[in-house]
Design a protein around this ligand. Structure first.
Ligand code: S3P
Length: 447
């Protein structure tokens, strides 16, 4: 667990106002580095998210002999000298994914294609998260994987090489599993297919063609990749749009604090990531899309948010994967909405960076909310205001920490959020950007 770091948050002194540009998308930043490193030629990327998770992915490739030049001090622009699909070198030591599940699960697919043994590890939280979902398919493709609980837990040692193409039916709607199998499929002897129970985020399928590798997506959802033998660095810079999962915190804060008006610039609105906006709108949120455009293969828009009364609703089934990372802060919206909010079919939340159902229920209930845990979700009955002058635990989970900082804006006093340092994994600038629109939040040590 990412321990330490206390945030002191809330209540908001007044309306939240202003326009913000949040950093680049975390999911796309991982993929852009991976594909660029494995391509022939030099790729330039801008809008990269310089959070710890993405820096772990970049470091893994540096450790395997890939040259990465940072083109700006803030690490948002970089140049990657690709080594080709077969150009990685065995690293001298263990590869460390830190807190990053996406890094370790997608890299399992990449390492399955390498003709050498590599060991990947991570922090205490990542070492508890289930890896069987990616280990099982790459084993079927021919890679050898060793790890605790028969390869379910990090550290994992992967020895790969030429792989067999497989048809993979995923048990969970997971973009990490799908992407792992597609990346391993680059090294397979034929067409690899993936089918998921519900569609998950599709950035891998959208980005691979930019690197000259077609991916077919059939109307019935079957995804197929026939390896073309190489990835090619795109001529044009790869632009990464702003992360909707980061924007969502400010959208919920602006919805909840009276008289607020906040615009979030250039946010990714890919339908597989836009579930949070649809949920917040269906709860009565006032969100408008302005200036819709396309960045690379991804749709973006400015999102103008005004405060307004929210009411509860039911979210389940196919709507869940489209908002999977945003439920911590959607729970905050629900805790302060009129009536009942019911989330079902979301058991995956229990195996994220923390058990997000338990962590949010404990933190919100400590603030006087009415959250009832369910095995696969929660039932939340809204209250008018939360209580302040309390301590809550973010459990080293970035999204719990930021969600509770939003909740505190509508509390009667300060909320002290402990073990919040993990914010740096996905959104190092969260506190200064939150302050820019008038949120009341600061680090206890004054940073
Ligand atoms: C991600 C997929 C999701 C999401 C994670 C990022 C990705 O995980 O929760 O934050 O970039 O592929 P699952 O694939 O486990 O649903």
């Amino acid at each position: 667990m990412n321990v330490g770091g206390t945030l002191i948050a809330g209540p908001a002194a007044g309306a939240l106002r202003g326009a913000l540009t949040v950093p680049g998308d975390k999911s796309m930043s991982h993929r852009a580095v991976m594909l660029a490193a494995l391509a022939d030629g030099v790729t330039e990327i801008d809008g990269f998210l310089p959070g710890q998770d993405n820096l772990s992915t970049a470091q893994m490739f540096i450790d395997m002999g890939v040259q990465i030049d940072w083109l700006s001090d803030d690490k948002r622009a970089l140049r990657i000298h690709g080594v080709g699909l077969h150009g990685l070198r065995q690293p001298a030591g263990m590869l460390d994914a830190g807190n990053a599940g996406t890094c370790v699960r997608l890299m399992t697919g990449v390492l399955a294609g390498q003709p050498f043994a590599t060991t990947m590890t991570g922090d205490a939280s990542l070492c508890k998260r289930p890896m069987r979902r990616v280990v099982e398919p790459v084993r079927r493709m021919g890679a050898q994987v060793a790890g605790r609980e028969d390869g379910n837990l990090l550290p994992l040692t992967i020895t790969g090489g030429k792989l067999k193409a497989i048809d993979h039916q995923s048990a969970v709607a997971s973009a990490q599993v799908k992407s792992c199998v597609l990346l391993a499929g680059l090294y397979a002897d034929g067409t690899t297919t993936v089918r998921e129970p519900k569609p998950s985020r599709d950035h891998t399928e959208r980005m691979l063609p930019l690197f000259g590798q077609p991916v077919a997506v059939a109307e019935d959802g079957l995804i197929s990749l026939t390896p073309s033998g190489r990835l090619r660095a795109p001529q044009a810079t790869v632009h990464i749009p702003a992360d909707p999962s980061s924007a969502c915190f400010f959208a919920v804060a602006a919805s909840l604090v009276a008289d607020s008006e906040v615009t979030l610039n250039g946010i990714g609105i890919n339908p597989r990531r836009d579930g949070w906006r649809r949920v917040l709108q269906a709860m009565g949120g006032d969100l408008a899309l302005v200036g819709e455009a396309t960045v690379g293969e991804e749709p973006v828009a400015d999102i103008a948010v005004r405060s307004g009364g929210l009411h509860g609703m039911r979210v389940d089934g196919g709507d869940v994967p489209d908002a999977i990372d945003e439920f911590p802060v959607l729970f905050v919206a629900a805790a302060l909405a009129d009536g009942e909010f019911l989330l079902e079919d979301a058991a995956e939340l229990r195996v994220k960076e923390s058990d997000r159902i338990a962590a949010m229920a404990a933190a919100l209930n400590a603030a006087g909310a009415q959250v009832e845990e369910r095995s696969d979700g929660a039932r939340i009955v809204g209250v008018q205001q939360l209580q302040g002058d309390i301590d809550v635990d973010a459990h080293g989970d970035h999204r719990i920490a930021m969600a509770m900082a939003v909740a505190a804006q509508r509390a009667s006093g300060e909320i002290r959020i402990h073990n919040a340092a993990a914010i740096a994994t996905s959104f190092p600038d969260f506190v200064p950007l939150a302050q820019q629109i008038g949120m009341n939040v600061r680090w206890a040590d004054g940073a």
